[in-house]
Ligand binder design. Structure first.
Ligand code: GSH
Length: 206
């Protein structure tokens, strides 16, 4: 049987969370790191919307959303119990992918929104960071001491927000969030899915 194919982009937070779920579930894939300026026709043929990640499980099963990829992978195998507290995870990921992502885009790329006033974007994002910090003051991860889908679904976006102005991020009074982010960034899992590869095609190996 052919291996699933993952179309990915190394620095895309949606693709990062999909890659982490595939690795933790022990699912091997052929991974293509795409060039946004020259998207592979084979990807556009199965997923015309042109965003990554896309997981081609087989010809009749194409997953076009990062969350779908994560859930599919973890339903095969969830050795670390990421699917526990799933409703709470999904609610937090919804908030992340909605209002927080909107603030992140306006904070990071104000030039892309010439008709909007983006001056409040940092503050709007910071409110979500505070909310996450309050959760993390109670346990090691967002929903419990153990890692859940919410942590993996959200931290690549917090990473991106923090990196816009690292000095500002470090100066905020959100110590639990800062520690949580560092822990996830230093994890073997994250470091593994961020490895650079010389060729466009590589295997994800657990
Ligand atoms: N809702 C999608 C969003 C994916 C997405 O927006 N990915 C961005 C990269 S971070 C993308 O592929 N953009 C296409 C482009 O810039 O041409 C998901 O969860 O997979």
């Amino acid at each position: 049987m052919e291996m699933p194919v993952l179309y990915s982009y190394r620095r895309c937070p949606y693709a990062m969370r999909a890659r982490m779920a595939l690795v933790v579930a022990g699912i091997q894939c052929d991974v293509y790191d795409i060039d946004f300026k020259n998207k592979p026709q084979a990807m556009l043929d199965v997923s015309p919307k042109g965003t990554v990640p896309v997981l081609v499980v087989c010809q009749d099963n194409v997953l076009e959303e990062s969350l779908e990829v994560m859930l599919w992978a973890l339903k095969q195998n969830d050795p670390q119990g990421w699917l526990a507290q799933i409703d709470d995870s999904l609610a937090l990921i919804k908030e992340n992918d909605g209002a927080f992502k909107k603030a992140l885009d306006r904070y990071k790329y104000p030039n892309r929104f010439p008709d909007e006033d983006c001056s409040m974007a940092q503050e709007q994002g910071a409110a979500f960071l505070k909310e996450l910090n309050n959760r993390l003051a109670q346990h090691q991860n967002l929903l419990s001491d153990d890692v859940r889908l919410a942590d993996i679904g959200v931290f690549p976006f917090v990473r991106q927000f923090a990196n816009v102005d690292r000095a500002w991020f470090e100066a905020q009074d959100i110590p639990a969030l800062q520690q949580w982010l560092s822990r996830h960034l230093e994890s073997t899992l994250f470091v593994g899915v961020m490895k650079k590869h010389k060729t466009a095609q590589y295997l994800l190996i657990n």
